[in-house]
Write a protein that binds this ligand. Sequence first.
Ligand SMILES: *Cc1c(COP(=O)(O)O)cnc(C)c1O
Length: 364
Amino acid sequence: MPKWENNVRRVIPYTPGEQPKIRDLIKLNTNENPYPPSERVLEALRNLEAETLRRYPDPASALLTEAVAKHCGVSPDRVFVGVGSDDVLAMSFLTFFASGRPILFPDITYSFYDVWAQLFRIPYETQPLDENFRIVNRDYYRENGGIIFPNPNAPTGVLKGLDEVHRILEHNRDVAVIVDEAYIDFSGTEEELKSGCNVPASSALNLIDEFDNLLVVQTSSKSMSLAGMRIGWAVGSSRMIRYLNDVKYSFNSYTMSQAAIAAGCAAFSDMDYYRTCTAKIIATRERVKSELSELGFRFPDSGANFLFVTHPEYKAADLFRQLRQEKILVRYFDKPRIDNYLRITIGTDAQMNALIAFLKKTIC
Ligand SMILES: *Cc1c(COP(=O)(O)O)cnc(C)c1O
């Protein structure tokens, strides 16, 4: 081995879900939105001018930051935007988890957390979900260097009520607590969506004024059909946002492209459209839940745009392979505790009908 390799920062990277180039694939493996982004987004991208692209973008992404602030009902100094929530989360790990004490997160969760912890040399301890895949509150009431969990959790879809999130915060006033709300929009009720509300009752955004150590991270990738545009954001106290910006400006001043800023602003101007899409996905999820139950599948209730299912008689790994042959791609994690589960993204009604039809044929 050449000597220089002793100096390499070695990491085991995160493995994202496949993006295969198979024609007519029914892609239910990465929790993308099956509906297109708002027409206004496409229009904004078509209208980008040469002069705009010739110049560097606004390093503060002020227009986009203001749009997020309005969307979340806070002032712009409480908003940080980044290149997808992955970028925002990575930056938050680097900024807030510097104590040297172990941070806490669930054993079954977004598998990027341990990758970032290793990359940034942050010690961590995972806390086991209970037998119903619930995050156990009291595991987070101990001495720690910070806390992060998704709500709803991934890949389980399990939603924690706001009262329980509140109690975790009450027990952790001296460390940063990050709630990753990539899927929170799918936890809303039909009434909430109809009322034009952008902040579901279970969102930790409702606690943001009470805790200056709370950071809520959200994304346009799932509920706003913009996974390809890479727009995420964090909302917290202005003190937290200042610290995040200091780290960002020590790293890369121009994280958000002119295209991302234009597309993001256009998307936030058309939330009625997105709420309609979200309501459709929730309705499809509820229907698919009852059809999968009839086929003998079991799953924790989901507040997200996916279901995490298992079958007492059919192995998940086999079903995964059979589905793939049918050009239906779902996600399978070959990991302890969850290696007999499939994570199925909620697609359009037609896509889900194809999935159910195939499962009906296979299971009987
Ligand atoms: C999808 C996802 C993200 C990252 O989404 P971005 O596309 O980077 O915004 C973050 N956290 C969880 C739990 C996710 O599932």
